[in-house]
Design a protein around this ligand. Structure first.
Ligand SMILES: *Cc1c(COP(=O)(O)O)cnc(C)c1O
Length: 378
């Protein structure tokens, strides 16, 4: 059996090696390392894939979020509502810009922000909502957009884990994650569902004016050469990464179905195990399974993860500490017990290996070992 990895980037590369190697070589031969034509070509391909008017490539997913908030003109003391259960980047950029992160709890089935909790957290200072489509499934965007419309708020979707996921709105439309709010953000970090071979990210919007602003902010606040109208940042997707992504994008849908197949395998194996709560599919969203995350119910999560590690199965905990209990994000506003779902999840979730290259032998071995652990402790 091949060694089991949390993410197997090498096996994925080998399958498309000639195309990737050629694409990289072409950039080197052209020496157009920054802002080469391939960045625009990839941008156009991604716009078409997502069905969105503008893609603005940038340096990484964190920058994408930061540039979005800068482009919306959010000012110190404006409040931005986001989920307590997420990767830190989401709250980090809010805090970095001097805005106030307002955290709310998530749903125990879908791991995503609860619209009713957003409503309760609104104040006259609230300016934006940042739903995170965690683990590959869209947050309840109909409800979130409705709250935003009613209270004149911006919506920035953190779609770093959900590129390609589809949201089926009650109005009958089907939209890709990140193309529903005012702005969407994604990351091309190597282990993400569409990963490059270094850092990369992108911002999506259907708004022409915002697109112009986002491009300017990402380029030193420069709109005409050497005229700087705003304080900006320097955040670019380099040409080699764009060339790699251009090769990989046509494979994204098959990558997604490979992940979904692995998820189905896990689902069948654990269907009748009361000690494990499986990921619940949201009726309005497809699931692209950036992570396959289960909740331990009556067994020790840490013992299970350690047991699996001894059997050469990497399992990870995303995320072990809720944002409101992180040292950097502690605030008088929040204390232990304030976000019971997130606290429960942080103590009990674990994610099994999930990537495009898992074969049946590996999946069976992983399932057998999980079941073996459970049979021993129950
Ligand atoms: C990965 C990730 C980010 C940040 O992306 P980087 O490219 O690593 O900066 C932000 N939010 C979420 C939810 C992520 O998973």
């Amino acid at each position: 059996m091949r060694k089991i990895q949390m993410v197997d980037l090498y096996s994925q590369y080998v399958k498309i090696k000639p195309e990737i190697d050629q694409a990289i070589q072409e950039v080197i031969d052209s020496t157009a390392f920054i802002k080469g034509p391939v960045v625009k070509f990839f941008q156009k391909d991604l716009e078409e894939y997502l069905g969105v008017k503008h893609v603005i490539p940038c340096g990484n997913g964190t920058d994408a979020l930061q540039i979005s908030m800068m482009a919306l003109g959010l000012k110190p003391d404006d409040e931005v509502i986001t989920a307590d259960f997420t990767f830190v980047a989401t709250a980090e950029v809010i805090a970095l810009l001097g805005l106030t992160p307002v955290l709310v709890d998530v749903d125990p089935d879908y791991f995503n922000i609860i619209p009713e909790a957003i409503e309760k957290a609104l104040t006259p200072h609230t300016k934006a909502i940042v739903p995170v489509h965690l683990f590959g499934q869209c947050a309840d965007m109909d409800a979130i957009m409705e709250i935003a419309r009613r209270h004149h708020l911006y919506v920035i979707e953190d779609a770093c884990q959900a590129i390609g996921s589809e949201y089926h709105s009650t109005d009958g439309s089907i939209k890709k994650a990140g193309t529903i709010g005012n702005i969407g953000c994604t990351s091309f970090f190597p282990s993400k569902n569409l990963g490059c071979y270094g850092d990369g990210g992108a911002i999506f919007t259907n708004d022409d004016e915002l697109a112009n602003m986002l491009r300017g902010i990402a380029n030193h606040g420069m709109f005409a050469r050497y005229y700087h109208d705003f304080v900006g940042v320097n955040s670019r997707l380099d040409s080699i990464q764009a060339a790699i992504l251009k090769v990989k994008l046509p494979h994204l849908d098959e990558y997604i179905s490979a992940r979904q197949k692995a998820a189905q395998y896990y689902e069948r194996a654990f269907a009748d195990i009361p000690y494990l709560k499986l990921p619940v599919r949201h009726p309005k969203s497809s699931h692209v399974f950036h992570q396959y995350t289960l909740i331990c119910n009556g067994i020790s999560r840490d013992d299970l993860v350690n047991y699996l590690a001894k059997k050469d199965i990497p399992a990870m905990v995303y995320y072990p500490v809720p944002l409101h209990l992180q040292k950097a994000y502690k605030s008088e506003r929040y204390g232990k017990g304030d976000f019971p779902v997130t606290e429960m999840l942080s103590a009990n979730v674990f994610s099994l290996p999930m990537h495009t290259e898992l074969d049946e032998e590996q999946l069976q071995y992983i399932c057998d070992q999980v079941l073996e652990f459970i049979s021993r402790v129950k």
